[in-house]
Design a protein around this ligand. Structure first.
Ligand SMILES: [Zn+2]
Length: 407
């Protein structure tokens, strides 16, 4: 069987895989936001490894950035033609890493990766070195054995850790034609220990600042004031009741499965006890299911605010403090999710299910551009921690999952 031939080749290449991971993770690739010098040195080593495999198309889409010595943040797209050329299976991984953090918490120099009893430790080995290496070696093994079934694209990008402005976002803005809706896009940049979560959706993120204005005065003459702490308290209670009731729909992909509306920050008002406050400010953090319109949530907040204004004679403003809308979820029956689940079943023997998360990943840039992307990998979840590490078993297994999808 074709896949067994490829899997055997990946097993043969395992030591080479580990050595390449150690090599690239010994080169720091930290962005200027974290006082780093960028990704160029590490990028060159990765690019040379990809070029050795003679891709059919190579695009370097660098983003100018004069904060780093080379003046650019490098991005590589390499495509290998398959037998079926109508669509491309993309794997996007990032080459930048976060700083090591508190050095004394590490057992060794974070940029001198160590191999020990089937594990590799060092900064960047999991986030996102394992994916970089697994995708490159999967392509190599397929190329050296049965050949690609469909076009395979390796995207190796910068600046994921600081918002992707010089990475994926830059690629999508300068070359909007390079990724197509019919392509299969996997972003191996989050996952779990069993490898059975395929992240297909993210909630909208909304931070609202409520400002309640009344009339300040002496606490002995409340009849001359408009007490904003009382009005704000009623407003919080009313929002806490009305929002979950108005947006009660559930989506079982997510944990928790519903939109959440949490009162969080409360700013100080008056410093003394015998003054009735004339201004109060508080915030709500809302994580809203993608199928719910953010504008409807804001509309509900405004109607609750109007009722409180009337009842207490105060003014309430609800301002957007932060708004980051996720796009529609990647459908759980989309080709990338189906192919990924099949490959995970074949390699790891687990049934992977589509899930959603409350945070946001780099896949959101794809989804915002109408490109269905799935986030998956099998990892130990040590990203950003001291003694970040991966298991060689996962590195090799993930390469097999990608290879299965390539043939
Ligand atoms: Zn990452």
């Amino acid at each position: 069987m074709a896949f067994q031939q490829v899997a055997r080749r990946i097993d043969e290449l395992a030591d080479e895989c580990v050595n390449f991971l150690v090599r690239i993770c010994s080169i720091p690739a930290i962005g200027p936001e974290s006082q780093g010098t960028g990704e160029m040195e590490k990028y060159r080593v990765i690019r040379d490894a990809v070029l050795t495999m003679a891709p059919d198309l190579v695009q370097e889409i660098h983003a100018p950035d004069d904060r780093v010595p080379d003046g650019t943040r490098p991005n590589l797209l390499a495509i290998f033609n398959g037998k079926e050329t109508s669509r491309t299976f993309w794997i996007l991984s990032h080459i930048d890493v976060v700083p090591p953090g508190e050095r004394s918490l590490w057992d060794h120099d974070p940029f001198e990766p160590k191999i020990h009893e089937g594990f590799v430790s060092g900064r960047g080995v999991e986030d996102n070195g394992q994916a970089v290496v697994a995708s490159i070696f999967a392509a190599r093994a397929v190329r050296e054995t049965v050949g690609f079934g469909l076009n395979v694209g390796l995207a190796l990008v910068s600046d994921e850790e600081s918002g992707s402005k010089f990475g994926l976002d830059h690629i999508l803005k300068t070359r909007p034609d390079i990724f197509r809706p019919e392509d299969l896009i996997v972003v191996p940049d989050a996952g779990n220990k069993d490898g059975d979560h395929i992240e297909v959706a993210e909630k909208h993120l909304l931070h609202i600042r409520f400002r309640v204005k009344g009339i300040q005065g002496h606490a002995s003459r409340p009849d001359l004031t408009r007490n904003t702490l009382r009005a704000a308290s009623y407003l919080i209670v009313e929002l806490d009741r009305a929002l979950p009731a108005a947006f009660a729909e559930a989506n079982p992909f997510f944990n928790p499965p519903v939109s959440t509306f949490e009162p969080t920050r409360k700013d100080a008002n008056v410093p003394n006890v015998n003054t009735i406050p004339g201004e109060d400010v508080f915030f709500f953090d809302c994580r809203i299911l993608p199928e719910v319109q953010v504008s409807r949530v804001i509309g509900e907040m405004q109607s609750v605010s109007r009722a409180i204004e009337e009842k207490f004679g105060v003014q309430v403003s609800a301002e957007e403090y932060l708004r980051s809308e996720s796009s529609a979820a990647t459908p759980s029956d989309s080709p990338v999710v189906v192919a990924l689940a099949q490959a995970v079943q074949e390699v790891y023997g687990v049934q992977a299910r589509p899930t959603g998360i409350g945070g946001q990943t780099v896949a959101t840039f794809f989804r915002k551009n109408g490109l269905p992307a799935a986030v998956w990998e099998k990892i130990l979840n040590t990203a950003h921690a001291p003694n970040e590490r991966i298991s060689v078993e996962n590195l090799v297994g993930n390469a097999k999952v990608f290879a299965k999808m390539m043939i």
